[in-house]
Design a protein around this ligand. Structure first.
Ligand code: NAP
Length: 292
């Protein structure tokens, strides 16, 4: 039975860890706060005292935590998984981290004899719980082939972008574009509301017009109804992704990035307003009085 360590049991990671149990893997889990692990333990997962304990003897270690800082802690902290993993184990980072962090982490873990795969994901928590994520992979082809049996329970599609770090590049541009769409939608809807347009007609027109992306289609009715139920992606996480993407743009582009910084600024405000609420709450900002 393949042995997996799963670290980070938030909205996404909890469902992903459950998929390994359903697929018959032997699963050790760790999360900063243990309560999120209780039902997984009841379903047969072993609770690990630390990321290092989880990684002990694992064939693959999968992490799904918030950001660079969390990733650094769970892999390379005092009790980090990277300290205890066996030689040749797969280190699969599914969290959305910065490109530089992915490269630095890969180097350290490869130097310790691990096989590093960056595999950030697209898909919401329901896709995570049903194994239908799209995995955005950066890895050598031979390493990806070794990882495939460990990726199959969580992803229905694998997109292999190239070497380590390339999956993260794609994930960051995907989420930067999403940030721009959602901020643009909030602004457009706020203008329509304040101009007194019939919002039912506005929604119908968006749905049949050319300006709508899947992000816009998903969030438009929620924003108009001010219905943020089923929160899936928080303003804080979207801000982090947009900021990592703009940092990458600053490194790669000769020209100054055009709109990324504006999206980061918008999400900085949304994060200050409601960090752990759904990112669609962005529209509420446009009903606030201007500063200064
Ligand atoms: P979440 O529900 O906020 O969970 C975050 C996880 O990170 C929790 O397990 C949390 O532990 C852990 N964590 C945070 N800071 C930590 C630290 N300093 N040390 C150790 N653990 C720490 O977030 P999520 O929605 O599951 O997202 C997880 C990752 O997936 C993020 O990188 C996100 O950008 C990405 N993602 C999310 C979605 C989505 O729709 N939600 C979609 C695609 C990708 P506690 O439980 O103890 O707080």
């Amino acid at each position: 039975m393949p042995h997996i360590a799963f670290i980070g049991l938030g909205r996404m990671g909890h469902g992903m860890a459950g998929r390994y149990l359903e697929a018959g893997f032997s699963v050790a889990v760790w999360n900063r706060s243990r309560t999120k692990a209780e039902d997984l333990i009841a379903r047969g997962a072993r609770w690990a005292a630390s990321p290092a304990d989880a990684a002990e003897g694992a064939d693959a270690i999968v992490t799904m935590v918030a950001d660079d800082e969390a990733s650094q802690t769970v892999w390379l902290g005092t009790d980090g998984a990277g300290r205890a993993a066996k030689q040749g184990a797969l280190a699969i980072e599914c969290s959305t981290v910065s490109h530089q962090h992915a490269l630095d982490l890969a180097k350290v873990l490869q130097d310790r004899g691990l096989i590093y795969i960056d595999s950030p994901v697209t898909g919401l928590p329901d896709a995570a719980a049903s194994g239908k994520l799209t995995l955005l992979v950066g890895a050598d082809t031979a390493d990806l082939d070794k990882a495939r049996p460990f990726l199959a329970p969580i992803g229905s599609t694998i997109r292999h972008f190239g070497p380590v770090g390339s999956g993260t590049v794609y994930k960051l541009i995907n989420n930067l574009m999403g940030a721009i769409h959602i901020a643009g939608l909030a602004e457009g809807l706020a203008i329509a509301e304040h101009a007194g347009l019939d919002m039912k007609l506005v929604l119908e027109s968006i749905a049949s017009g050319v300006a709508a992306s899947p992000q816009v289609l998903r969030h438009a009715p929620r924003m108009v109804a001010r219905d943020y139920s089923g929160a899936s992606f928080t303003a804080a996480l979207r801000h982090k992704d947009a900021a990592y993407a703009v940092r990458l743009a600053e490194q790669l582009l000769q020209a100054r990035p055009l709109v990324g910084a504006a999206a980061v600024e918008a999400y900085e405000k949304a994060k200050a307003f409601a960090p752990d609420d759904d990112e669609a709450k962005m529209i509420e900002l446009l009903s606030q009085p201007r500063d200064g």
